[in-house]
Design a protein around this ligand. Structure first.
Ligand SMILES: [Zn+2]
Length: 221
């Protein structure tokens, strides 16, 4: 799990006050979903604006690839309109399918629709690379920027690396040593974790996509 502020607040409430909202917009808790939908006041730095742009790019790239692929049966005239109207592209407000894409979950609505025209191997081969690129861009364009911002925000709060590496909290009796998780002992420095985060997210993305793909989400239904 990405070390969002809400995660850090659960791990180290003596450093990260549980009442602190997202430091970028000051309006909501910084959860995983909020990371991609934060309405930061400066448009050029708004994660939500960036996310919407990346998602629409993903939709365009996928649509072009499917239009040039070999279908099982001729595409109906309504194919483009139906594809672009799928709920996974709904940004305002963000649909569950839309947020699921950030976690590598391919919506049933998408695979179900495509499955009426294409074989599962064609669908998977087309979605694979654009989704991979989408996740890479999410982490580079949103997560990395948020991490840089967060690092400066921590400094402004007087939170030092020494404090973060300390396992001593105000209520040690609540955390007997045998129950302290490795995560609790690891300094939650978000930038230094980034490379591993990307690798982990890729592995997780591919695994979860294939899990959905081979599960009840068969496009042949
Ligand atoms: Zn925010």
């Amino acid at each position: 799990m990405l070390p969002t502020l809400t995660t850090l607040q659960k791990r180290k409430p003596h450093i990260y006050d549980p009442s602190w909202p997202c430091p970028q917009c000051n309006s909501s808790p910084e959860t995983l979903n909020h990371l991609w939908t934060c309405p930061y006041i400066l448009p050029e730095f708004s994660p939500f604006n960036t996310f919407k742009t990346l998602l629409l790019d993903l939709r365009t790239v996928c649509l072009e690839k499917f239009l040039s692929a070999t279908p099982l049966k001729p595409l109906l005239d309504s194919f483009v309109a139906e594809f672009t109207a799928l709920d996974c592209w709904d940004c305002d407000p963000p649909s569950p399918s839309y947020l699921g894409l950030t976690r590598g979950l391919i919506p049933i609505s998408l695979t179900g629709f495509l499955g009426t025209y294409f074989s599962s191997s064609v669908i998977w081969s087309i979605l694979d690379t654009p989704l991979h690129d989408f996740h890479f861009d999410l982490y580079v364009q949103i997560w990395l920027c948020c991490s840089v911002f967060f690092h400066h925000w921590e400094s402004a709060q007087g939170i030092t690396n020494k404090m973060k590496s300390s396992s001593v909290g105000p209520s040690p009796t609540l955390r007997p040593s045998s129950q302290i998780s490795p995560d609790f002992l690891t300094p939650p420095v978000r930038i230094s974790r980034k490379k591993n985060t990307i690798k982990l997210s890729y592995a997780w993305h591919i695994t979860s996509c294939k899990k959905v793909w081979t599960g009840t989400n068969s496009p042949s239904k």
